[in-house]
Design a binder for this molecule. Structure first.
Ligand code: ATP
Ligand code: MG
Length: 417
């Protein structure tokens, strides 16, 4: 028996029926990004494993459990990118983008890879659309990035989202808070899950990412990072909130929000939607003022977001229009000579920008008309042997079902349709 090879688990195909919706989201994003002054950057899917260990953090779930890393044929340690920020910072530094533009507004669109348990809204290859605004510490940078994210979700057809924000403070605040939290949780370590026991030792902030209900309960009464940030960070957070209010972006402060990547400092945020069940985050991001320094560059403030396109589609599929191409004209061709003529007409029409089609196989009139219907062709041109002889074809309007005769040589003059 013949065996068909299937795709990998958690790595879904995006089929033509749905690809039009993906295109719609991407087109919407590109238009909006251009309006806000963001330029596209494309980085490779593979990077050195060390890039992610150093940026996301060695003790995070992404690096510890989810990264696809392996030795390549040259015995190098490489990884499929699990996220977009670290590669962009790498590229920014490698190509001295800071020297060309003091404030860099960048965006990216592409697949990310994480070896997680596949379920609704969680894949192993998934797609992100994101931005990175590098070079500004201003509250307006945070607010612009958040605003752009919310506008893009809205323009893509996703309404009723919830925006949650928090502030992690600067590196010093984070370090000091880690001591406070570690101490506060000491007596309850036994009640934490196995992972959180490790996190308590190695990377205590990560306990906030735990999805385990009993850990969440313990965290409910644990100290909150916003109560332990320095006056400068407090002031910045207030200014971000003010800027958001000034442009009518609704948010709530969630003191438990920390995000799963170590590089975040200052403002962090997440957008959730009720349609998404337990994987309810559709977009997230924050400030990472220390990352560029950590990656070998000068200290440079920056912030960004990433929208999970798969989840956006899951939450708003019915609201997202499809970019499937319209068919202006379908040529119904009966007989070899008609096909020969039709093939030339098709080439001329396409040269003039008309979206048109024919079947390459000889088919009956009925079957060709059925196909034209399925493609939702606006008009159909019927050419058979008689029409060829008399230099006349039948042009049928598929909407009002009217038809008229047209000279075959006039078909390319679309104003005569
Ligand atoms: P989650 O809490 O759902 O695991 P995350 O904190 O790991 O999300 P980020 O790294 O911030 O997510 O990525 C930003 C967005 O990318 C998420 O809000 C989500 O929409 C999407 N995303 C992340 N991981 C996956 C995945 N495995 N499958 C599909 N989408 C994902
Ligand atoms: Mg995750």
């Amino acid at each position: 028996m013949k065996k068909v090879i299937k795709g990998l688990r958690g790595m879904p195909d995006i089929l033509p029926g749905d690809a039009g919706r993906w295109q719609y989201i991407e087109n919407t994003a590109r238009t909006l990004f251009a309006q806000y002054g963001y330029e596209e950057i494309k980085t490779p899917v593979l990077e050195e494993t060390a890039l992610f260990q150093r940026s996301i953090g060695k003790e995070t779930d992404i690096v510890q459990k989810q990264m696809y890393n392996f030795k390549d044929r040259g015995n190098r340690d490489i990884a499929l990118r699990p996220e977009g920020t670290a590669p962009i910072v790498r590229s920014y530094l490698e190509h001295n983008l800071d020297k060309q533009m003091p404030y860099c507004r960048l965006y990216y669109v592409g697949p990310m890879f994480r070896s997680e348990r596949p379920q609704a809204g969680r894949n192993r290859q998934f797609y992100q659309i994101g931005v990175e605004a590098i070079g500004s510490a201003s509250q307006y940078a945070d607010a612009e990035v958040i605003c752009l994210m919310m506008k893009l979700l809205e323009a893509s057809g996703l309404h009723d989202t919830e925006l949650k924000i928090n502030c992690l403070g600067c590196d010093k605040d984070k370090e000091a808070f880690e001591q406070v939290l570690r101490k506060a949780l000491e007596k309850q370590v036994k009640c934490l899950c196995e992972d959180c026991v490790q996190r308590h030792k190695k990377n205590v902030l990560r306990i906030f990412d735990c999805k385990n209900d009993s850990c969440k309960l313990i965290l409910g009464s644990a100290p909150k990072i916003v109560d332990h940030i320095c006056p400068d960070c407090q002031a910045h957070f207030n200014k971000v909130k003010e800027a958001l209010e000034s442009i009518k972006i609704k948010y709530s402060v969630n003191p438990l929000l920390v995000r799963g990547l170590d590089y975040y400092t200052g403002t962090v945020f997440e957008v959730t939607h009720k349609n998404l069940g337990s994987q309810d985050a559709v977009a997230a991001g924050g400030r990472y003022d220390g990352l560029i320094d950590d990656m070998g560059g000068d200290r440079t403030p920056a912030c960004g977001f990433a929208i999970g396109v798969d989840r956006l589609l899951l939450a708003a599929r019915d609201k997202i229009p499809s970019c499937n191409n319209d068919v202006d004209l379908f040529l119904v061709l009966l007989g070899e000579e008609a096909q020969k003529k039709g093939f030339k007409i098709l080439a001329d029409l396409r040269e003039n920008g008309v979206a048109c089609q024919m079947t390459h196989e000889a088919r009956s009139l009925k079957s060709q008309m059925r196909l034209a219907d399925r493609l939702k062709a606006k008009k159909v041109l019927i050419i058979g042997e008689d029409e060829l002889k008399n230099d006349k074809a039948i042009l049928r309007d598929m909407e009002n079902k009217q038809q008229k005769e047209i000279k075959i040589n006039d078909v390319t003059n679309t104003h005569l349709w």
